[in-house]
Design a protein around this ligand. Structure first.
Ligand code: ATP
Length: 367
């Protein structure tokens, strides 16, 4: 069942700034959805509209079968955690966590014991009697999460909850958030611009740009078959190589991608090859992640690009070579917004059904 349905939701701020632009999205019951996108694309605004903290300019927000567009925040059964969890400074950790239950009319003993149980799950049971000012950033976020979850909300919204923590703490709390939300089976919408958080936590990722969604899918779908050049460029480190190419199809239906000064030959069994063989002469953008290349010096290898190594970086587990091949590269941030069909993920998105992204090219790079 669908827990949240956003139906052509828009938000226009004063001064006619369009922060969210007719955005539609469905989040399933118990699903962990990550909203990923660059700064200013409208992620927080969208979350605040779901929570009822921001008025929707147009469109509708549904919770299950209830139209929640105009419901006051307290009637939405939604809990939200921000970048820095705001705690009551004059209450202990336990009092902070149990407070929402007390407000709801639960007696102190019952609320206290629920808070202790949740604190154990969140590994903050040793600081239950401490005041917020004496806690580390990570502990504060755990308390904020505990306080948000204690009333078992229908929907849990998190707005970059890890961004103020150090790397070790981030990894630890990220794993715990993932485990806890799954144990509680709470529908979660998690905002971040950190792709590692998105790829590791999400059941599905929605990639936002300029107030709209460019792609929705499982982490594997969005990473391997991005709907647009922008999405391809946003996910993955090092950044994907995007190149302009013209499709060339031989009499035997062999497909090559003409990159101007060089070309790449596609494996005839590659499903992208099966699509492109009907598009001789089409202009496409080729996307190839660095993992699709290997450095070779063998001049006889048929499928290779030739270039000069400009830089070589050691990154511990891997090394990255930056190679200048004299090929025109495409900046994903400058490729216009398209309206992809989110459902397909078959690599055939783009204007007029022309394939715009071709990933995983099995090609060899020669020095
Ligand atoms: P970040 O990752 O930096 O937090 P975001 O994707 O969450 O960014 P939003 O905070 O939702 O983006 O902002 C979207 C756009 O709306 C931005 O251009 C922002 O300047 C604008 N905006 C947000 N809140 C307001 C407001 N109260 N009044 C006017 N404009 C606003």
């Amino acid at each position: 069942m669908t827990a949240i349905r956003l139906d052509a939701v828009s938000k226009v701020f004063e001064g006619e700034h369009l922060a969210v632009d007719e955005l539609s999205l469905e989040i399933g019951d118990g699903e962990f959805m990550v909203l990923l996108g660059p700064s200013g694309c409208g992620k927080t605004t969208l979350l605040r509209m779901i929570a009822g903290l921001e008025r929707v300019t147009a469109g509708e927000v549904w919770f299950g079968r209830t139209n929640g567009t105009r419901l006051p925040p307290r009637d939405r059964q939604v809990a939200m955690v921000f970048q820095t969890g705001a705690l009551y400074p004059n209450r202990t950790v336990q009092e902070n966590i149990m407070f929402p239950l007390q407000i709801a009319g639960q007696d102190d003993a019952q609320a206290g014991s629920t808070a202790v149980g949740l604190a154990q799950v969140l590994s903050i049971d040793s600081v239950l009697d401490r005041m917020p000012r004496t806690l580390s950033g990570g502990q504060r976020q755990r308390v904020a999460i505990g306080r948000a979850l204690v009333r078992r909300p229908r929907v849990f919204l998190l707005d970059e909850p890890l961004s103020n923590l150090d790397a070790t703490m981030r990894t630890e709390l990220r794993q715990e958030i993932g485990a806890m939300t799954r144990d509680l089976n709470v529908t979660t919408l998690y905002v971040t611009h950190d792709q590692v958080e998105a790829l590791t936590l999400a059941d599905r990722i929605a990639v936002m740009r300029d107030g709209r969604i460019e792609d929705v899918g499982t982490p594997t779908q969005v990473y391997n078959d991005p709907a647009t050049a922008f999405v391809a460029g946003f996910l993955g480190t090092p950044r994907i190589n995007l190149m302009s190419a013209t499709v060339r199809v031989t009499a035997h239906h062999r497909v090559s991608l003409d990159l101007g000064t060089q070309s790449i030959h596609l494996d005839p069994t590659d499903r992208r090859s099966l699509i492109l063989r009907h598009h001789d002469g089409a202009q496409v953008i080729v996307g190839a992640r660095s993992s699709a290349f290997s450095l070779i010096t063998d001049q006889d290898t048929a499928n290779r690009l030739t270039g000069t190594i400009r830089a070589f970086e050691f990154h511990g587990q891997q090394s990255i070579a930056f190679v200048h091949c004299g090929i025109e590269v495409v900046d994903p941030d400058k490729v216009g917004r398209t309206t992809p069909s989110h459902a397909s993920h078959d690599g055939t998105h783009g204007a007029g059904g022309t394939p715009s992204i071709l990933t995983r090219l099995r090609t060899k790079l020669a020095r």
